[in-house]
Design a protein around this ligand. Structure first.
Ligand SMILES: [Zn+2]
Length: 111
């Protein structure tokens, strides 16, 4: 084993469970104050962390954890988060793909 430093852990705003931040999805606010998924954890400002799991999104919404975690008034529209989780949530355990450009292979040769 290498002498690893501690893995940064974050608390999921849904289930309140702790997990290494690579296993969590970062949420942040856009300039216009809307909730956005910050999959690469690059957006500036305050962020919130959540498991990419519909159950956790549900929990967080019910306890209004988004607004609290992001210091915003009221409850944000969590649709972007749901969409993201719906698209990528099933891929949990897979390494995050570094390239957002999906290479499609539409050419079907032969056959
Ligand atoms: Zn969770």
């Amino acid at each position: 084993m290498v002498n690893t430093s501690h893995v940064p852990e974050r608390t999921c705003i849904g289930c309140r469970g702790k997990a290494p931040q690579v296993h969590l999805l970062r949420l942040a606010l856009t300039d216009s104050g809307e909730l956005a998924v910050d999959a690469r954890a690059l957006m500036p400002g305050r962020g919130a962390w959540i498991h990419p799991d519909p159950g956790c999104v549900d929990l967080a919404e019910r306890r209004r954890a988004f607004g609290r975690a992001l210091r915003m008034r009221g409850s944000p529209d969590v649709t972007p988060v749901r969409d993201w989780v719906g698209l990528h949530g099933a891929d949990r355990g897979r390494a995050q793909s570094p390239s957002p450009t999906g290479e499609r292979q539409t050419d079907s040769k032969g056959g």
